[in-house]
Write a protein that binds this ligand. Structure first.
Ligand code: MN
Length: 288
């Protein structure tokens, strides 16, 4: 059975103890198995406090991030690439301290709009850095996920095929692919082939709508996605992701181009997402 999760930014924009308690309480109360905590500033996350609150609720945890242009392992500039690698290592260590066995997201480039295609040198830097990051992650029992992102949020990995190629080139057993229905809807031909392209390299799935609002109210072909996951016997996490400036910081809203809000009630949104995922997955398993 797949662990079902929700992204912390559905609940809160920061991670003070008060915010962590609100997010972890809500996630647990609605019957989710895990919460995904963003590590956009790993040093600011109080791992001990987080772990204690998670333990209180018996809740699982995963971590995610997107690199910045100042710390981008796919940069041609070796200094910028080194900063990106140091950032990833620090995030891996924070994830381990929280008790997570997974760190995924835009872990291979900056999360943002590039004005140029990737370069051979930059891609080489990325492969080298991911090898070393995977090694450190392996020592800590962590899988690192590469999440293909749409063309406006990365230039290096937009499709499942590109993610699989990068994972295979690095050649580390604890590197995996992380699919996201929101990005797939923009870049892939359908919701089924990316799942089969990944095969057993698929470790994590984000479900988000085409407009990143309530599931089932946009254009994403969820029945095909869930049926493909069921058919592939995928048993990894399925995590709901949605962003509104009702919750996230102005800076984060700008980074993700949240220019209009599709919801303002976290609890209603998350409850709806949990029921939607359960229903889709349950139906898909019957016909898979
Ligand atoms: Mn995602």
């Amino acid at each position: 059975m797949n662990p079902i999760g929700v992204h912390a930014l559905v609940w809160v924009g920061g991670w003070s103890e008060e915010e962590a308690r609100l997010a972890i309480n809500g996630t647990s109360r609605l019957g989710f198995d895990l919460i995904e905590i963003p590590l956009l500033d790993p040093g600011s996350v109080d791992a001990e406090m987080t772990r204690r609150l998670l333990d209180e609720h018996g809740l699982g945890v995963t971590c995610s991030l997107g690199l910045s242009f100042a710390a981008d392992i796919s940069s041609e500039d070796p200094e910028v690439a080194r900063r990106g690698e140091a950032f990833l290592i620090s995030a891996v260590e924070t994830a381990a301290a929280i008790g997570s066995e997974y760190l995924g997201g835009i872990t291979y480039s900056a999360m943002g709009k590039y004005l140029e295609p990737p370069t051979h040198i930059g891609r080489g830097h990325c492969i080298e850095a991911l090898g070393r990051v995977a090694q450190r992650a392996g020592e800590l029992g962590i899988t690192v996920g590469l999440e293909p992102a749409n063309r406006y949020e990365s230039n290096l990995v937009n499709t499942a095929q590109q993610a699989v190629e990068l994972v295979d080139e690095v050649g580390a057993g604890n590197l995996a692919v992380h699919l996201d229905s929101y990005h797939m809807h923009i870049e892939e031909g359908d919701m089924s082939r990316p799942v089969s392209v990944c095969g057993d390299r698929l470790a994590y799935v984000h479900v988000g709508e085409s407009h990143r609002g309530y599931l089932g109210t946009g254009l994403v072909d969820f029945p095909t996605l869930f049926r493909s996951l069921a058919r592939a016997k995928y048993n990894g996490p399925i995590v709901f992701e949605s962003f509104s400036s009702a919750v996230v910081s102005e800076q984060f809203a700008s980074a993700l181009a949240v220019w209009r809000d599709l919801w303002d009630d976290s609890e209603d949104l998350a409850r709806h997402a949990k029921a939607f995922i359960d229903q889709q997955l349950g139906a898909a398993r019957r016909v898979a």
